[in-house]
Ligand binder design. Structure first.
Ligand code: 6PG
Length: 476
């Protein structure tokens, strides 16, 4: 420990992939880091492998010693599984803490739990921060994007370290304090929802190229690599291109061709939907993506169904590569717009006053959904329109004008040839619903009133609850 300070600048507890990468990133940026782990034998291994950074890492197997090794007011970052382990850790560590100390949960936690934990510590002099960290292991080591919640006190403490280790977009650190209690974790959850939608839409375009155009993986990867030079430029296109062009050393086959088509999920996509629905929102592209992961896990049923269920397909043309590129761009814009509507609803519901321009800005580097589109979104939020109207912002409308026709052609071709495109179709369905001043909910209201006397508003009167002069059903 350096002699000028009364301890380490920060503590990192949990030396798994993300925790160890963040501890090394902090050390590399000149911070002294106390480190600890539930399995104490990991600590020495971690420090021994840290090379030149080992001098800044201070291993402390006992929880009390770990806390005492950190300068006050303490910042303690926990990179441990979310849920019960976090509650148990708060209970275990609290007796060793002092007024002004901040506990930071850097995992993907349910923001409701973060709000509860913040409320529990309210008035105790201790602080709780839910911090979303995006970018995977490489991001955590070289520069993640971080979405910070909690109190202003904690942010003042954490800020110099967070800004130092964050990814930079043209010099701007991709981290900010987004609001109190669960705001950081909520924004990270929605980030992941958008991530799910984008990944699914890329996979759907891959499906069209593989199953309708009969292209081998490497060719699809090469096409994605070319798209990386255009408006789709993004981390997810980049990794998809690289993954599709990778070869399995064991069989010599394309890597993707030896991977079982059954997607895992840890829950953040589902949380996005649950919270959206609770607030009366619908994020259909995200829902399609979560649903598609669910269906993918029914592998045995799908294999059984394949020879049994008729496709009922008609002749269909394969969309052009340009159309596929533009369709994906339209889907990405609509997926992001739906994500920001959820953020807008939560900002109102929890009085967070979220800054949507800033959120777009801190997503421009370091995180999984980083893309050139986010630059447009931040400009739109700064200079054009509020969140719930993102698709009405002039620069987004211009982009949609040139990409929606392609999305229509791609969805139509996929539907007629029997290739599943649930997320792209959902994006288009939402777009078509939102661009019509007169929808079809008048009939839904009529049905509700007919069978349930639920009432409706009239188009020719303000407010009020009316009932219809319904014809009775003919006796059956
Ligand atoms: C990120 C990622 C990261 C991780 C999630 C998604 O922003 O770095 O979102 O948090 O990939 O765990 O996980 P699932 O796909 O397993 O739900």
């Amino acid at each position: 420990m350096t002699s000028t300070k009364q301890g380490a600048d920060i503590g990192v507890y949990g030396l798994g992939t993300m925790g160890s990468a963040l501890a090394l990133n902090l050390a590399e940026n000149g911070f002294d880091v106390a480190v600890s782990n539930r399995e104490p034998e990991w600590i020495d291994d971690f420090i021994n492998e840290a090379g030149a950074l080992a001098g800044r890492l201070h291993g402390t197997p006992e929880l009390e010693d770990f806390v005492q090794a950190i300068a006050r007011p303490r910042s303690i970052l926990f990179m441990i599984p979310s849920g019960a382990p976090m509650d148990a850790m708060i209970k275990a560590v609290t007796p060793y803490l002092d007024e002004g100390d901040t506990l930071i949960d850097g995992g993907n936690a349910d923001f409701n739990a973060t709000r509860r934990r913040s409320a529990d510590l309210d008035g105790t002099g201790l602080h709780f921060v839910g911090m979303g960290v995006s970018g995977g292991a490489e991001g955590a080591r070289k520069g993640p994007s971080m979405m910070v919640g909690g109190t202003a006190h904690s942010w003042a403490q954490l800020r110099p370290m967070a800004e130092a280790i964050a990814a930079k977009f043209e010099g701007d650190p991709c981290v900010d304090h987004l609001g109190p209690d669960g705001a950081g974790h909520f924004v990270k959850t929605v980030h992941n929802g958008i991530e799910y939608a984008d990944m699914q839409m890329i996979a759907e375009v891959y499906g069209i190229l593989r199953d309708a155009a009969d292209l081998p993986a490497a060719k699809i990867g090469a096409l994605f690599e070319r798209w990386q030079e255009g408006p789709l430029s993004s981390y997810l296109i980049e990794v998809s291109a690289a993954a599709l062009q990778s070869t399995d050393a064991k069989t010599g086959k394309p890597m993707v061709d030896v991977i079982r088509d059954q997607a895992g999920q840890k829950g953040t996509g589902r949380w996005t939907l649950i919270e959206a629905l609770k607030m009366g929102q619908s994020a259909s592209t995200i829902e399609a993506a979560v649903g598609a992961r669910g269906w993918s896990s029914e592998k045995d049923t799908r294999v059984m169904a394949e020879p049994l269920l008729p496709a009922g397909t008609q002749d269909a043309s394969v969309p052009s590569e340009d159309d596929l590129e533009m369709a994906l761009l339209a889907g990405r814009i609509l997926g992001h717009a739906q994500g920001f509507r959820i953020l807008a609803a939560a900002s109102d519901e929890f009085s967070w006053d979220l800054d949507f321009a800033r959120i777009s800005e801190i997503w421009r580097a370091g995180c999984i959904i980083r893309s050139s589109l986010l630059d447009d979104l931040s400009d739109a939020f700064r200079n054009e329109l509020p969140a719930c109207h993102l698709i009405l912002a002039p620069r987004l409308r211009t982009r949609l004008e040139s990409s929606i026709p392609a999305l229509r052609r791609v969805v139509a071709a996929a539907v007629t040839s029997g290739v599943a495109v649930p997320a792209l179709a959902a994006a288009l369905g939402w777009y078509d619903s939102m661009r019509r001043g007169r929808g079809t909910a008048n009939l839904v209201q009529a049905q509700r009133d007919f069978f349930g006397h639920h009432g409706f508003e009239r188009t020719d009167e303000d407010g009020g609850k009316h009932h219809g002069d319904w014809n009775s059903l003919s006796p059956s």
